[in-house]
Design a protein around this ligand. Sequence first.
Ligand SMILES: [Zn+2]
Length: 58
Amino acid sequence: MKLVRIAEYELEIDYDKTLSYYQNLPLIGEEDHCECLYCKNYGLTPSIFPNIIKKTTK
Ligand SMILES: [Zn+2]
């Protein structure tokens, strides 16, 4: 397990299992995920995420 802090939250996660799960799924914003406008809009937002969020996703 790995402890991840995001703002005032502390999450205990199985990093490798979570990573392998999401690596096999289409990304939000990709057509295979969902074609609705909400998902397409969300797919455009990672470039404006705060650095603390970007660091926890690598
Ligand atoms: Zn959708």
